[in-house]
Design a protein around this ligand. Structure first.
Ligand code: GRF
Length: 203
């Protein structure tokens, strides 16, 4: 499975995927890291790991569709099988999502379907939940919806602020995303309609 990772920032989840994929038995290879922000710190991290990188500055494209078409062309040219969004902070046009339907996953820092969008840790604190976490899911046109591949939960502890919660969850993100990618790339998890099924499950 040839994987492209799309980032917009520091790329710590990207780094966890790259580190996992270095292992010979890992069922996917990271062949491209692309960012819509040329200044994304993750680009240097990827380059240092020997991964080809691409900066497509969305501000230089006349429209969302034009940016998405350019990105799509690059992914096709690199013969990408699966796209992993890792802190990619840009919404796609419906056409792009359709083109990669069933072949694009994302990590989101909440236990979906709770707390979609941004500021998820503030949302969790405001709601008073005692468990919070992260989710790897397939990407569908609706933001932070889509079939769930894997989740990890952490406790919300007395005195937590958004930063403390984010740090506790990030540790789990770095474990969860490579595990979810391995499940998909090895065929142990697969899409069946609007659900993810595992192993021999045909439900
Ligand atoms: C992560 O918390 C991810 O879940 C969210 O944005 C953050 C990206 O962090 N979508 P990094 O760039 O992977 O370090």
């Amino acid at each position: 499975t040839r994987v492209a990772i799309l980032i917009s920032g520091r790329g710590s989840n990207m780094a966890s995927l790259i580190a996992a994929a270095v292992e010979p038995e890992f069922p996917a290879e990271i062949v491209l890291v692309a960012s819509n922000r040329p200044e994304a710190g993750g680009l240097a991290t990827a380059a240092a790991a020997g991964i080809p990188t691409l900066a497509l500055d969305h501000k230089t494209y006349p429209s969302r569709a034009a940016f998405d078409e350019a990105l799509h062309a690059e992914l096709v040219a690199a013969d990408i099988d699966l796209v992993c969004l890792a802190g990619f902070m840009r919404i796609f046009s419906a056409g792009f999502v359709e083109a990669w339907a069933g072949r694009m996953i994302n990590i989101h820092p909440s236990l979906l379907p709770l707390f979609k969008g941004v500021h998820t840790h503030e949302q969790a604190l405001a709601a008073g939940v005692r468990l919070h976490g992260c989710t790897v899911h397939y990407v569908v046109p609706e933001l932070d919806a889509g079939p769930i591949v894997a989740q990890a939960a952490v406790p919300v502890l007395p005195g937590d602020d958004a930063d403390a919660l984010a740090a506790r969850i990030l540790v789990q993100e770095h474990r969860l995303y490579p595990a979810a990618l391995a499940l998909i790339a090895s065929g142990r998890a697969r899409l069946n309609g609007d659900r993810v099924v595992f192993g021999n499950d045909v439900s």
